[in-house]
Design a binder for this molecule. Structure first.
Ligand code: KMH
Ligand code: ZN
Length: 281
């Protein structure tokens, strides 16, 4: 894929994730009130899409269907952000529960294109499960974001689209998740290789670098015309020893970075168009 000239910038915020314990990071938004407050701040700062993992009353990751629905409703009530629910959950979640996430009817859902070692754990994504999620998302009018942790996942995306067709709205949006121990490294070289291998059906892509790879990946993605995902799911420090404090600061940092190359944050209404979704009601 040749470098693309892109004027606007889709900023996804992934505020919570499933891996960090509240006790280790009290700033992590784990309650619904904290999540909504973060979402509002990040929208005001320039985010257009929110990638959501939900926590229970003990701040532990959960895929509880009622909580997922409540969360989607609360985010829609208080923000215009495109709401993406994670179907990745935590490495401990059963596949059936992860498929059931779609019942909460988010605008978008993540779909990871293959199994990957994830630190000391395994993030399980067997091929039939990937196909089931892709089919179910299309049937329900949910726009997928294909999560690519490895070059093999990039190839698998091409295979999925060739076999099972395009998502709703005929748009294909994917996110390169780089720097997970077990996946592709968060380097400019790896990003260039992954972008070059994206299947031709891809209409937009973003990238995120885990931990200390965040800025390297962000700069490489901007240089290649990509969009960005940031948030405390992926990055907990602004610099070694300097906690981020809030998701807003991570969004503000990439708004500034994008501004240096004349990229303007996309409003949620524009993100809906990019993902092939109807305008919000
Ligand atoms: N929590 C990771 C095991 C996703 O949200 O789809 C998987 C993950 C990917 O975060
Ligand atoms: Zn996630």
């Amino acid at each position: 894929m040749a470098d693309t000239v892109v004027d606007d910038l889709l900023i996804t915020v992934a505020p919570t994730g499933a891996e960090t314990a509240k006790a280790d990071c009290p700033d992590l938004p784990t309650t619904l009130d904290e999540l909504v407050a973060t979402a509002k701040e990040c929208e005001a700062a320039g985010a257009g899409l929110i990638h959501v993992h939900v926590r229970d009353a003990d701040h532990r990751p959960t895929l509880d269907p009622g909580l997922l629905r409540e969360t989607v409703a609360a985010l829609r009530e208080s923000t215009a952000l495109v709401v993406q629910l994670s179907t990745g959950g935590s490495v401990h979640d059963p596949l059936e529960d992860r498929l059931r996430v779609l019942d909460a009817a988010p605008d978008s859902c993540s779909i990871t294109l293959g199994t990957v070692n994830f630190g000391d754990d395994v993030f399980l994504n067997p091929w039939p499960f990937v196909r089931d999620l892709h089919r179910a998302a299309r049937e329900r009018g949910i726009a997928p974001e294909f999560e690519l942790f490895d070059l093999g996942h990039v190839a698998a995306l091409g295979r999925l689209l060739a076999k099972d067709g395009l998502p709703v709205g005929d748009r294909v949006h994917c996110d390169l998740v780089m720097g997970v121990p077990g996946g592709m490294p968060g380097t400019a070289d790896a990003l260039v290789a992954a972008v070059a291998a994206l299947p031709p059906q891809v209409t937009s892509w973003s990238a995120t670098g885990i931990g200390r790879t965040a800025m390297t990946v962000a700069m490489a993605a901007l240089a290649k015309g990509g969009h960005l995902r940031v948030g405390m799911e992926d990055t907990l420090t602004l610099a070694p020893g300097e906690p981020v404090g809030s998701n807003r600061r991570l969004v503000e940092r990439v708004v500034t970075l994008g501004g240096l190359v004349h990229r303007t944050p996309m409003a949620p209404s524009r993100v809906r168009e990019v993902l092939g979704l109807a305008p919000a009601r």
